[in-house]
Design a protein around this ligand. Structure first.
Ligand SMILES: [Zn+2]
Length: 409
């Protein structure tokens, strides 16, 4: 064990040394399919309608080499040709849109479609005083409060009183699935290239998350779902559509209690306040440490079989910035996003034991040097942003078997 620990430390230190990005940008070369260079054809589109986004700045960064920026043309396209490299990522920015970051495979020629979401219409006046759990004038008249839709005013909406509820019905065991194989002509690689299906998701902030981010808890959670979609859309053909975004009332949950009430509270809240929302899963973002070393949990694996079991919680109490130090070594990125992606995947039947530790090497970054395994590995410190072929196949087959995904035009 001593030798192993020393080896890990050595890798970590080497990664640290390489994080400094020299000022010289990566050299640009003319495109040629057989030139041994990597040509990356990117198209930036608007999320929701697929329209090209012209004039967006696309910045390609290669770990240890540098970065280079281009502007998208009228058809939303931008192309880069560089020496094959690992640790590639791209940042796309345009005024009026939420900035996006994505990992790219720069080891060979690739084409990517990146969707950008518009910045939520600046309905200021959010933040400020948190709502009271059961006060307000809507109670007692039989009219449920308006459904939060990601743009609503959940910060101000009075919530109906509720009690925590345990699930009714049964999660059961996962029956056999009709395997769904993708069309291999749509994307290279194993178990990739499915047509897009949309799942409706609800996201609830706990009181600690709202307290930590009183002015931007909504946009932080919207960005998290957007960023999860980078990977869900590319690898699974699944888009998480944020159809309910709300917060749990003050006092409904307490960090550090370790009482495992997060899902029951969320269930009671949804039944009382969003009874009409037809969502496929409900996630609770916790802005503080609730359960010690456990970072997230689902009601049950494949819980999406039953609406009452399709609940998860995940901790979002760490920095999402690359290079943020987490734990004693901290060469891994974006634990909140990985945790959200992991628990969401459990609800649609992804399993730890379908993990492998192979694919992530293609997009490994120096800032994510410990993220070498499938995201379903049971230690988030080793998770990458990749799903293994087995998990991809199971998740996609499960969603199609249940019929919970809506085709996206
Ligand atoms: Zn897990």
């Amino acid at each position: 064990m001593r030798a192993l620990a020393a080896a890990v430390l050595l890798v970590a230190l080497a990664g640290c040394v390489e994080i400094a990005i020299p000022s010289a940008p990566p050299a640009e070369r003319p495109a040629d399919p057989d030139d041994g260079l990597s040509t990356l054809d990117l198209v930036v589109v608007e999320s929701g309608n697929g329209r090209p986004v012209a004039g967006a700045e696309v910045r390609l960064s290669i770990a240890g080499v540098g970065s280079i920026a281009k502007t998208t043309a009228a058809d939303g396209s931008a192309a880069f040709t560089v020496e094959p490299a690992t640790g590639c990522s791209v940042t796309v920015a345009k005024a009026g849109f939420q900035q996006r970051k994505a990992a790219l495979d720069c080891t060979g020629d690739q084409a990517y479609r990146l969707s950008l979401a518009r910045t939520p219409s600046a309905s200021s006046g959010q933040g400020g005083s948190p709502p009271q759990g059961s006060s307000g004038g809507t109670g007692g008249n039989g009219t449920p409060p308006a459904e939060g839709n990601g743009t609503g005013e959940g910060n101000e909406t009075a919530h109906r009183p509720f009690e925590p509820q345990e699930p009714s019905g049964s999660c059961g065991s996962l029956g056999s699935l009709e395997p769904v194989a993708p069309d291999p002509t749509l994307a290279g690689g194993l178990a990739l290239g499915w047509p897009l299906l949309e799942l409706d998701v609800a996201l609830l902030a706990d009181p600690a998350f709202v307290a930590a981010h009183p002015d931007d808890w909504r946009s932080l959670l919207e960005a998290l779902v957007q960023d999860a979609n980078l990977y869900y859309e590319d690898q699974l053909g699944l888009r998480l559509n944020l159809s309910v975004l709300d917060r749990l009332p003050d006092g409904s949950l307490a960090p550090g209690s370790g009482d495992g009430r997060q899902r029951a509270v969320a269930r009671g809240f949804m039944h009382a306040n969003h009874a009409l929302a037809d969502v496929d899963m409900v996630a609770v973002a916790l802005g503080a440490d609730y359960e010690g070393s456990v970072a997230g949990q689902v009601e049950c694996v494949h819980g999406a079989v039953s609406p009452d079991y399709s609940y998860l919680w995940f901790e979002y109490d760490q920095d999402r910035d690359p290079g943020a130090l987490v734990g004693s070594i901290g060469i891994f990125e974006d634990i909140p996003l990985k945790t959200y992606m992991h628990e969401t995947a459990h609800l649609i039947a992804a399993h730890h034991h379908y993990s492998d530790c192979a694919e992530s090497y293609t997009d490994l970054r120096t800032s994510d040097a410990l993220g070498v395994c499938d995201i379903m590995i049971n230690d988030v410190g080793l998770a990458s942003f990749r799903f293994s072929p087995t998990n991809r196949l199971v998740m996609r087959s499960f969603v199609e078997d249940l019929g919970i995904g809506e085709p996206v035009a």
